[in-house]
Design a protein around this ligand. Structure first.
Ligand code: SF4
Length: 330
């Protein structure tokens, strides 16, 4: 099958099956740049269905790049609350400021310039170039990677190397509708060529797919290394308040409010008979002993959180999970 036919088939499928996502609305070019920038930052590490309500609220509260460049940190983080990886929100604002000051308010339209902006790496820059600027680039996200691994039946380490998969992207060819085409391939991977039980009977390129011919769809799992780490969290509290600190100690959750914590050795963790919880974050599997202390003490940079006003506070999900766990045991 010629490459042109592949793009036509995939686009035909996309036109009839795509999800109505808020950042795909028919909007002005300027808005498209802003919507793409915000959605791509949110989609780093987060699934589409989780992002949708956050995106809508964000655009409602901070409707354009100028407002984003000037937004107060408190408001910015409130819009991001619960989405996690807060450094993305801070980088998004820094990027907006740079675009205003160095690019006259227009998102740069080359990968090289985009990659110089805070929080934008190889994938995000190519997604912005394809989606916002309609340039013929196919961003290599996990969905596209999976489609290619299955189409070419890539199994061993050499075949599944980033470089080899990158080269295999030429399979898709090009289309004048570059923006739609990039989104169509990613969409096809997400909705049809699913990680488990792909819906090949709906797939527009099944005739080109070796995995389909072999009826073998296994994908070699990525070596996702989840580091197990052990912590003790000190829950200083009285009837009305919790004591939290602004985190400058750990690389994760930088500058956000957490309970005072320290890392501990595995054997000490295992020996402790106190309540323990497990929280997964990024590539870390955190095992935490909750050390409840029914008193407040004085610590530098600490903050007393009113238990009745937890909802009004900007708190990372991490801290909220700990609060939920301590409220469920006495
Ligand atoms: S035929 Fe099946 S395995 Fe092959 S690309 Fe389509 S959905 Fe994926």
């Amino acid at each position: 099958m010629r490459k042109q036919n592949i793009s036509k088939k995939i686009l035909y499928w996309y036109d009839n099956n795509k999800r109505q996502l808020p950042w795909r609305k028919h909007i002005s070019k300027k808005q498209r740049q802003y919507f793409t920038l915000v959605s791509e930052f949110m989609l780093q590490q987060t699934q589409v269905k989780t992002v949708i309500p956050y995106f809508n609220n964000f655009i409602n509260k901070i409707p354009n790049l100028k407002k984003l460049a000037k937004v107060e940190e408190k408001k910015l983080l409130k819009c991001w609350e619960g989405l996690g990886y807060y450094s993305r929100a801070r980088n998004l604002k820094k990027t907006a400021k740079k675009i205003i000051s160095e690019f006259n308010g227009d998102l740069p339209n080359t990968i090289e310039e985009l990659k110089k902006l805070p929080g934008i790496g190889s994938y995000t820059s190519s997604a912005i170039i394809a989606i916002a600027f309609n340039k013929p680039i196919i961003p290599l996200d996990g969905n596209v990677e999976r489609v290619l691994k299955r189409v070419f039946f890539l199994r061993n380490d050499h075949e599944t190397s980033k470089e080899n998969i990158f080269n295999k992207k030429s399979f898709f060819g090009k289309s004048k509708r570059s923006s739609d085409y990039a989104q169509a391939i990613m969409e096809m991977g997400a909705l049809i060529c699913k990680p488990i039980n792909p819906l090949c009977f709906k797939c527009p390129i099944s005739k080109n797919c070796i995995s389909y011919k072999k009826n073998d769809f296994k994908i070699k799992p990525k070596n996702k290394f989840n580091k197990v780490k052990y912590f003790e969290a000190n829950i200083y509290q009285n009837q009305r308040k919790y004591l939290l600190i602004k985190n400058n100690k750990f690389e994760f959750l930088k500058n956000l409010l957490i309970f005072p914590m320290q890392e501990m050795k595995k054997n000490k963790f295992s020996a402790s008979i106190k309540k323990k919880i497990n929280i997964k974050m990024s590539n870390m599997d955190m095992k935490i002993v909750l050390n409840k202390k029914n008193k407040l003490i004085k610590i530098r940079n600490s903050y007393l959180l009113d238990k009745k006003k937890i909802k009004d506070q900007i708190l990372p999900s991490f801290t909220k999970k700990i609060i939920n766990s301590i409220s469920s045991y006495s």
